[in-house]
Design a protein around this ligand. Structure first.
Ligand code: NAI
Ligand code: MG
Length: 361
């Protein structure tokens, strides 16, 4: 049977960028005999409008069944006043939680043609291709006790950084598996100098490495130094694995090494199934961009590159993922630009569909 892809295009520019991905999926089916059984369903505001909930139970069940989920974006001003439990974002959070997507992959990849867009000197980022693996379901954002408590005559705000061995073990494995599909190199970041959770993190990552991934080159770095190194010489890294808090900050920092929000893909992975294929959801980093919705201005590349990640990390078609990435690289080198990629010197932007056209061509 063909692998199954569940497409949840969502709101705003979500359906616009996803439309280009659908055409690319069809192209792979026709030209490369790489066929998927594609299903479409609703999430976010679109699901709320149809069913009164940001994620219907049936959709949740289909997501758990699918080999991979591709998500566009959710949210928009229309839904801003809804109850917290009905907000579009809740649909996304439910997917992440019930699929138990503990490993968040954020690539920072710089196409040479866009090196001028970087916050850094072009030569530091041209050809950059690194991957930050952020633990997504534990750590200080979830640890107990948490709250604002009375203590003596003042209040104290408390969060708890907490990691179990098994939580560290599984995200470390996911980073080492990735490294084997890339350049066999992992740098783990924590603060073992000042944090107990950091000491355990370093120990468990090293143990997983020594027992099961001795072929992968592993180094450890304090996360503050990591932040410095990311900005000083980002090309020294390949895969970086880190906890939820440090990963949140380091991945946003790395994202700005490469320029526009319209270019950034992501993946969230869970436990592998019997075929070794992880539960997986792929989505662009950007949101639903209400300011440009319906105008044909959205850059579809972040969503297209998210599908390329699905090809590589869910379906073991790294070669076809590279084919797609090369097509993106080529059109950018040839000067194709959606409005978000226009520099101060200006020029004529192309539309969402035209960007899809040139990539397909
Ligand atoms: P946003 O990412 O939607 O937009 C920020 C800015 O970047 C806007 O000016 C937008 O036009 C531009 N932009 C974003 N993606 C683009 C693309 N592909 N091509 C060209 N330009 C692009 O973030 P914002 O404005 O903070 O949030 C808008 C809505 O999206 C809110 O409802 C928010 O909750 C939701 N959101 C959803 C996310 C998701 O579904 N994962 C993530 C972030 C925000
Ligand atoms: Mg963040």
């Amino acid at each position: 049977a063909n692998p199954t892809l569940l497409i949840l295009a969502g709101d705003g520019i979500g359906p616009e960028v996803m439309n280009e991905v659908t055409r690319i999926i069809d192209w792979f089916g026709e030209k490369r005999d790489l066929k998927f059984d594609v299903e479409h369903d609703l999430v976010g505001g679109a699901a709320y409008d149809a069913h009164g909930t940001p994620l219907h139970d049936d959709t949740m069940a289909r997501a758990l069944e699918a080999d991979a989920v591709l998500l566009g974006a959710v949210g928009g001003p229309k839904y801003d006043d809804l109850d917290f439990s009905l907000k579009p974002e809740r649909g996304l959070l439910r997917l992440r939680k019930e699929m138990d997507l503990f490993s968040n992959l954020r690539p920072a990849q710089c196409f040479d043609a866009l090196a001028d867009f970087s916050s850094l000197k072009p030569e530091l980022v041209a050809g950059l291709d690194i991957m930050i693996v952020r633990e997504l379901t534990s750590g200080v954002y979830f640890g107990e006790p948490r709250g604002i408590f009375e203590e003596g005559n003042e209040r104290v705000g408390v969060n708890t950084q907490r990691y179990t061995e098994s939580e560290i073990d599984r995200v470390a494995r996911s980073a080492f598996e990735l490294a084997r599909k890339r350049n066999n190199k992992v740098c783990s970041m924590e603060k073992a100098n000042v944090m107990e959770s950091g000491i355990l993190w370093r120990e468990v990552v090293q143990k997983v490495h020594d027992e099961d991934y001795p072929d992968v080159e592993l180094s450890h770095m304090y996360a503050d130094n990591g932040a410095m190194q990311l900005v000083r010489a980002p090309k020294q890294f390949d895969v970086i694995v880190t906890d939820n808090l440090f990963g949140d900050i380091l991945s946003d920092c790395a994202a700005m090494l490469t320029g526009s929000l319209g270019m950034l893909p992501s993946a969230s992975l869970g436990a592998p199934n019997a075929d070794g294929r992880p539960k997986a959801m792929y989505e662009p980093v950007h949101g639903s961009a209400p300011d440009i919705t319906g105008q044909g201005k959205a850059n579809p590349i972040a969503c297209i590159l998210s599908f390329a990640m699905a090809l590589r990390y869910s379906f073991d078609h790294g070669d076809e993922a590279t084919r797609l990435e090369k097509a993106v690289e080529k059109v950018l080198a040839d000067g194709a630009r959606t409005a978000d990629l226009m520099g101060p010197e200006g020029g004529t932007p192309i539309s969402t569909t035209e960007m899809g056209d040139v990539i397909l061509a």
